[in-house]
Design a protein around this ligand. Structure first.
Ligand code: FES
Length: 124
């Protein structure tokens, strides 16, 4: 594994140098290489690659997080589908968002969870 150098961001309006010390990692999303910052999620990488990934429970004011599993993707080497909204990227990761396994999961399993999730949220 090789890491790229830290990303230096432009000087802020108040004159401070804003340096993000995280390194960049490159992963493959549906066959497209995309570089994102270490610690970003697979969902961030999908967004950077222009791949639309559905989400329900992901957002700054939404709880519980990581519960709906509608954002699952396939990661090479993983036996199970992983939630893209919470799984951090790793260098060399190979992600597939439109495999039969992912599509099956979203079509068969998630409509029920989506209804359960919506009902729970409406009760609060
Ligand atoms: S958006 Fe709900 S688990 Fe990822």
């Amino acid at each position: 594994m090789t890491s790229q150098p830290a990303v230096e961001r432009p000087i802020s309006p108040v004159g401070e140098r804003n340096v993000d010390i995280r390194t960049k990692v490159t992963i493959s999303v549906d066959g497209t290489d995309v570089s994102v910052l270490e610690g970003d999620t697979i969902l961030d990488a999908c967004n950077s690659a222009g791949v639309d990934t559905p989400t329900i429970c992901y957002g700054p004011t939404v709880t519980p997080v990581n519960a709906c599993r509608v954002c699952v993707v396939e990661v090479e080497g993983s036996r199970i589908l992983v939630p893209s909204c919470s799984r951090p990227v790793e260098e060399g990761m190979v992600v597939t968002t439109d495999s039969d396994k992912v599509t099956h999961s979203r079509k068969i399993i998630h409509p029920r969870k989506t209804v359960q999730f919506a009902l729970k949220r409406s009760i609060r």
